[in-house]
Design a protein around this ligand. Structure first.
Ligand code: ZN
Length: 213
């Protein structure tokens, strides 16, 4: 948890209380908690460094097979249109997190909640059910696969520039998820049973570990 916690909304406060209850239950069951989350500020600062190399890789591939004219962004209506499409796709991005995690979660869609951290203009989706590493991984990456990687590849093949732009923005929008997934993949405790739980109000997750003898 960050030292200086931002002011939590009523929904976040409620989730925090439920989460603390869950933590003490897990402790009595012999688990210890490890925090693998990031603050919103950390995510916003660090994630760009992760997304940009991916964007460059896509741009390199696009250049290799297509002319790059920047035609679409010069159209007078395009910036506004892109903004609208982008905002709509951000909502779809969060919905894909929710659908994927809801599919895996033992409590299904009941464990999924959506909201916006207004101070950082960051929309979020959170899952209150424990998940395995694989389940958390797929739920975290699915929006960027569907809205970023797939359309990016289709745009490279077809040379459809507007689709390429949108896909690259959606990869950038998913950068925070890359960071969370990187931390998840680097978490490799030995001889321990691990359960992952989405953090109730920060970005990322916490791990509950129990030693296996
Ligand atoms: Zn996301």
């Amino acid at each position: 948890m960050s030292k200086k916690e931002r002011k939590l909304s009523a929904a976040e406060q409620r989730r925090k209380e439920k989460f603390l209850e869950k933590c003490s239950t897990m402790e009595t069951e012999g688990y210890r908690m490890e925090n693998l989350s990031f603050s919103v500020l950390q995510i916003n600062l660090l994630s760009v460094f992760i997304a940009l190399p991916v964007n460059f890789l896509f741009m390199f591939s696009y250049f290799l097979f297509n002319d790059f004219s920047l035609r679409s962004v010069y159209l007078p209506y395009a910036p506004l249109l892109f903004l609208l499409i982008f905002l709509l796709l951000i909502v779809v991005h969060e919905a894909i997190h929710g659908i994927t995690w809801g599919y895996f979660a033992p409590d299904g869609r009941k464990s999924i909640e959506y909201g916006v951290i207004w101070q950082a203009l960051t929309p979020y989706c959170t899952c209150s059910s424990p998940l395995t590493k694989k389940q958390y991984f797929w739920g975290a990456l699915m929006p960027t696969i569907i809205l970023g990687f797939l359309p990016g590849i289709i745009a490279i093949i077809t040379g459809w520039e507007p689709l390429f732009f949108v896909s690259q923005f959606m990869i950038l929008a998913g950068a925070g998820d890359f960071l969370i997934v990187a931390r998840l993949l680097l978490h490799r405790p030995k001889n321990a049973q691990v359960i992952y739980l989405d953090h109730p109000y920060e970005c990322g997750l916490v791990a509950f570990l129990k030693n296996i003898d």
